[in-house]
Design a protein around this ligand. Structure first.
Ligand code: 9D3
Length: 247
């Protein structure tokens, strides 16, 4: 038995089979599945239709005011949250995956990884009735400025990003803390923590397609290698993601 109970995710969705136990599910490969096997994390997907409360299992309806698509009704969402939250005594941090949410960042992931229980609400519809969003007061999270078909992939991204930070989740010796620390560099002028892009990586052979590996990596001078890698990270971040240096 681990010292602490597993971090518990509950996902509310009309596509629970996307989170199934089959080998084809994205979460059943790599780090999340090993973390689950090790008792660090568990996830349970629940079909919102269970709480439809009508014989057609209907959870959505046409929008007042007209327009395309369907809107998830308040009552199934509200009843589902109440029922699922009652499955465990610990209070759940409620998260709604929505294009209107705050952009998911590593800082947010790190904060969520410290919670004991997370309730993820995903949908495949134009939206959820605003009144139940207001009543549930979830943290609203977006994956980025592009249009997805629904929130389920976002829920999987959250589970993946959070799970790999749990102590013991990474298969190799480097801890999650070291791993995320290595992505942060302290700016010597401002003393500010910066997230930098990674440096280029190379392996055998030393020459491929007429292109050789940078000499410094073959020099055996670990100090020079570290300096080169930091320079590369800074240069690539300036070039490709200047927003990471200025924000
Ligand atoms: C007509 C306006 N559309 C918004 C651009 C409606 C709409 C499109 C897609 C409403 C919901 C969706 C489904 N998307 C999500 O549920 C979603 C999402 C996304 O589309 N982009 C980035 N992050 C997320 S998190 C959930």
């Amino acid at each position: 038995m681990p010292a602490t109970p597993p971090l518990r995710f509950d996902i509310l969705t009309t596509f629970p089979e996307m989170f199934g136990d089959g080998p084809g599910c994205a979460l059943n490969s790599s780090i999340p599945s090993r973390a689950r096997a090790a008792g660090l994390v568990e996830w349970h997907a629940h079909n919102l239709r269970q709480w439809a409360g009508n014989k057609h299992n209907k959870t959505d309806d046409r929008p007042f005011g007209g327009g395309p698509g369907m809107v998830m009704m308040c009552q199934p969402v509200w009843d589902a949250v109440a029922a699922v939250e009652a499955l465990d005594a610990r209070p759940a941090a409620r998260i709604l995956l929505t294009p209107q949410g705050r952009l998911l960042t590593q800082e947010l992931v790190e904060g969520l990884a410290r919670r004991e229980r997370l309730l993820l609400i995903a949908g495949h519809y134009e939206g959820i009735d605003e009144r139940v969003i207001h009543a549930l007061d979830p943290l609203e999270v977006s994956l980025g400025d592009y249009v997805l078909s629904g929130g389920e992939l976002g829920a999987m991204i959250l589970i993946d990003a959070i799970t790999r930070l749990l102590p013991g989740a990474l298969g190799h010796e480097s801890s999650a803390a070291e791993d995320s620390f290595s992505s942060i560099t302290v700016d010597s002028k401002s003393g500010r923590a910066m997230r930098l892009l990674d440096c280029p990586h190379y392996t055998k052979p030393r020459e491929w397609n007429g292109v050789t590996v940078p000499d410094v990596l073959l020099s055996g001078d670990h100090g020079a290698v570290d300096r080169w890698r930091l320079e590369q990270r800074l240069a690539r971040t300036r070039e490709r993601r200047p927003d990471l240096l200025s924000d």
